[in-house]
Design a protein around this ligand. Structure first.
Ligand code: FES
Ligand code: FE
Length: 358
């Protein structure tokens, strides 16, 4: 099938993507980016969401005033009957933390506030330095675990929040899950073209996680060895280290890559994406390591990951269709067994109804 004309997905495919991703937790904003008494608007799955701290809690509401649909994120936090509420800046309608309108300045005295004067409230949670929102009433899974975040044996670098890429969320997760691109996209950093053979992948499901594990040779650098120490094994003598990856994909939008090297060294990349729209996705990253735990060296690790990320960005942003084409279209030709992790990820997304149309 030709891919011509597939630049813009059909309305049906976009809605399927948004609906399919609604029942999951999505990271939308670093906690530190939400001021104490000022709302912030974010976009999640094509929907405006206003985040605001009211009475000491983060609240997420639909970012549309019920009156004339102005953005509530332009509003102000005000006191009303001893409670902090969010006031729309257009005509002063005021909403409590449940989304109920509790004050309409223009209401004729003696008239009740209309029962429909309320806006949807979404589930919200603070974890790993991020605010997470679920647009559905029941999240399908918990927020995926990041055990190194609370593990004293690891040093976790600062949270890094990146501007949106022009890509869909699954394409970005697949970019991190894919290893056979290492010698080509990341030659000299993560791969070596003298060793292009795909590793033997073990792939399986474990509760809400898709797991993939494999061992490969990678160039010696901050992500594979403690470069602050002298080489201590024969493995690094040819400039390559034997690394075992164990990847945990928290379906559908989080991935944690655990790189095991010699001497029980572990280097962990944690990445969660926020799908604003079908073709616009932000990402949040942490890097953790159980060696060279000096925070003064964080910048070395960050700049390594920034190089890798920049190499990935232009490739992932070039992929079309924007949304993962379902297997039945045969638009893409994933190979077995080399692409097994990606095939299994896509299979799962198709089961969830996330990647079903063009
Ligand atoms: Fe919000 Fe009128 S649009 S108060
Ligand atoms: Fe990559």
């Amino acid at each position: 099938m030709s891919t011509q004309g597939l630049d813009a997905p059909s309305q049906e495919a976009i809605l399927g993507y948004y609906e399919g991703l609604r029942p999951f937790w999505h990271p939308v904003l670093p906690i530190d980016a939400l001021p104490p008494a000022q709302p912030v608007g974010v976009e999640l799955l094509g929907e405006g969401v206003v985040l605001v701290r009211l009475n000491g809690e983060v609240v997420a509401l639909q970012d549309l005033c019920r009156h004339f649909q102005a953005r509530l994120s332009l509003g102000e936090v005000v006191e009303h009957e001893g409670q902090q509420c969010l006031m729309c800046i257009y005509h002063g309608w005021t909403y409590d933390a449940s989304g109920q309108c509790v004050k309409i300045p223009q209401l004729t005295p003696g008239r009740e506030i209309p029962r429909d004067a309320r806006v949807p409230r979404y589930q919200v949670h603070e974890r790993y330095g991020l605010i997470w929102v679920c647009l559905a009433e029941e999240p399908r899974y918990e927020i995926p675990d990041f055990p190194e975040f609370e593990d004293a044996r690891f040093h976790v670098g600062p949270l890094r929040a990146y501007e949106p890429w022009c890509a869909s969320g699954p394409r970005m997760i697949m970019g991190a899950l894919d290893d056979t691109h290492f010698p080509w996209t990341h030659e000299g950093l993560l791969g070596d073209r003298e060793h292009p053979d795909p590793p033997d992948h073990k792939v399986w499901r474990d509760g809400p996680y898709l797991m993939s594990q494999y061992t490969i040779l990678q160039p010696r650098n901050v992500s594979t060895a403690d470069v602050t120490a002298a080489p201590d094994t024969g493995d690094g003598s040819d400039g390559l280290e034997r690394i075992t990856y164990t990847n945990y994909v928290g379906i559908p939008n989080v991935i944690r890559l655990v790189k095991d090297g010699d001497l029980s060294r572990q280097y962990v990349i944690w990445l969660a994406v926020c799908p604003h729209r079908y073709n616009q996705t932000s990402s949040f990253w942490y890097v953790a390591r159980n060696y060279d735990r000096d925070p003064a060296h964080d910048r070395d690790y960050e700049s390594f990951e920034d190089q890798v990320r920049a190499q990935d960005k232009r490739v992932v942003e070039s992929q079309r269709p924007w949304l993962l084409p379902p297997f039945w279209t045969k638009i893409e030709l994933p190979l077995r067994p080399a692409d097994l992790p990606l095939i299994e990820y896509q299979k799962w997304l198709e089961e969830l109804g996330v990647a079903v149309g063009l």
